[in-house]
Design a protein around this ligand. Sequence first.
Ligand code: 8GT
Ligand code: MN
Length: 570
Amino acid sequence: MPFKRPLSSHTSDDSESASSHDGPSKRLSSPWNIERDKAVLVYILRAKIHPETMSELAMLVENYKIERVNKSHQGSSVVSELNLELTTDVEKADVIVTATNMRQRLERHINWRIAKTKAIVTPLWLQDSVKSGRLLPCGSYVAVRDSEDETSRNQDTSSGNSFYSPSGAEKEGSWQTEQDELIDAAEVELLSHNAKYSCLRPSPLVCPNQSLVKEIDIIRRGRNIEGEERSMVSYSRAISVIKAYPRVITEHNIQDIRKLPFLGEKILSMIEEFLKTGRITEAQTMLADPRFQSLSTFITIHGIGPYTARRLYGLGLRTLEELERYYEVKPGVSDEETMSLLDADASANTEAAAEQSIKIGLALRHDLSQTIPREEVEDINRTIMRELSHIQKGCKSVIAGGYRRGKSQSSDVDIVVTHTDWNLGSQKVKGLCRKLVQRLHEQGFVTHVMHLSGFHEHNVLRTHHWDSLEKALTVFVWPHNSSQRRVYRRVDLIFAAPEVFWTAVVGWTGSTMFERDLRLWAKQQKGMKFDSSGISRRHDSKLYHPRTERDVFKVLGLIYIHPTLRNADA
Ligand code: 8GT
Ligand code: MN
């Protein structure tokens, strides 16, 4: 069910223009119609929330408040604008947090006449808002479907440039952006945090044991850079299990943790150490290790994986400056002839292309290491789709990757595109990826192409799904504008035939562990093969063509999991 997702954030410009109209006393700290400096009053409805979760939610707000007050006393310049207060008086509340998704159930506790004047959201909204330090729009967190309209209306609609409530240009355009589903609380309840596959568990962006997860992730990263794949996957599994565990782990409930899958003795003793000391010795030892430091730094460069990082280290290289000299790259300058990829035919999987890619990554590393806020991700998608509409009308896109899982900052932009015509779309998107990249280059938006691949030729043995995806890994930049310096961004474009659009979206939404388990689940439990380019049945190669994202889950025999609950990695 589609929903309206109001613009998530506000710039200082927005609030300034609001104040000039309304006077300082009514300055809006949108997207909510709440005055700046006034606390947002949160009422948490106890019904259907586990008592422990209830106290965790309350603590979340209280701890956040204390931290915020401390920061402001210390004169910190990073005091967050988010100002939350718990209230037990629902009439005074701005927001109702509830695990209930039925209006009738809510009405047992709160008069609908009152409830419908509030934003009614899931507990995840509270967790994510606190995590990101700002009032998130409640669009994807709407708890009670009946209240969807009211909840949207209770947010600021004055900005008018909300991505999901199309501005004039979008309405008139011949392209559209697919809207995400709501979280269905009843559906989430069908999932189990004890399940063996992460595609059966709800995994929030930030979990109650996030600092533990981060510590274990250091060890996982250590295994990754050393090429110890099996061990790395074990740590990834352990992390994904903890990500889905809904309570804070303490010395009192550690026995419960022992019952979770994939937590062996070694990990359990690390967890115990963490509970006692707040640290894991092995992780701290790794952080202090110069080899770990060099290799970790090397793999931050696009194009350098663990294998190449170890090879470079073996040559005696230790720092990025040394890599620059080795690759003869000047920071900020990259006139590699990567655009030649546009003329070359297909898979540039050659060593020269790989080296080219590293050179670009190195030269632009200062920009590419900066994260991208959601608003800019949306702007980039909008711009790309506008350019695409000049080449082919009727296309649509979904922004996948971490953005779709709810991250407030992304390291790159992953956009999956298809055509809205189910029958002819496949023909219409063929070759479009290359044409679009060419146009974006001519318009000054795309400066580099690291990789460009076309549809696969018909694969007789059907060892992989064929004839379905085109992919371009690019560097995107806003064209020159006198006032601002251009920041280079990594943008991945994936073109899918309509039949495999939703499998591509699921495949590119991640997270990595979620994807790994989707493939494993399909193979081990369903005798099927799943990847971004399609779903097929193993014994007869029958192909499935899901028409929605829900269909993808249905075909795989899975309960639908909302993208924001697919954060099975650290
Ligand atoms: P971030 O970009 O903010 O760091 O977070 P992210 O969006 O989760 O990471 P990402 O590295 O951009 O990857 C997004 C998802 O796309 C991942 O979950 C991964 O499974 C998938 N993905 C790639 N590369 C490829 C690829 O070459 N083919 C396919 N099918 N999927 C890929 O990252
Ligand atoms: Mn991404």
